[in-house]
Design a protein around this ligand. Structure first.
Ligand SMILES: [Zn+2]
Length: 109
């Protein structure tokens, strides 16, 4: 963990799309770490969806099926799923912020 902590101090994080098979990239010269948050989220979501479609499959099988499915999806499909996840996330975030504000008002009274 010590090494990772040191790296966290010097790296530069960047978010954006790379390609269908790349979750992240590292540039040694600039110490830039690019993370494809969209692909990571879509991968997790498809993994869970495949659990739904294959209730008796083992975790190993699900991981295999997820990779296969992700390979077959088009950029457009991934975008659509990504937008769905993001909309749900934004909703959650709004509710969370509302709740926090309500809690703050509660303690100020
Ligand atoms: Zn699983």
């Amino acid at each position: 963990m010590k090494k990772i902590r040191e790296f966290m101090k010097v790296c530069k994080l960047e978010f954006g799309w790379i390609d269908k098979n790349t979750f992240g990239l590292y540039d040694f010269e600039t110490k830039r770490v690019k993370i494809s948050l969209a692909l990571a989220l879509v991968d997790i979501f498809i993994h869970e969806a495949i659990h739904e479609f294959n209730p008796n499959a083992t975790e190993k099988e699900i991981i295999k099926k997820t990779a296969r499915k992700l390979n077959r999806l088009t950029r457009k499909d991934i975008k659509e799923i990504g937008r769905f996840i993001w909309a749900c996330f934004e909703n959650e975030l709004k509710l969370y912020i509302q709740k926090r504000k309500a809690d703050e008002n509660e303690t100020q009274r």
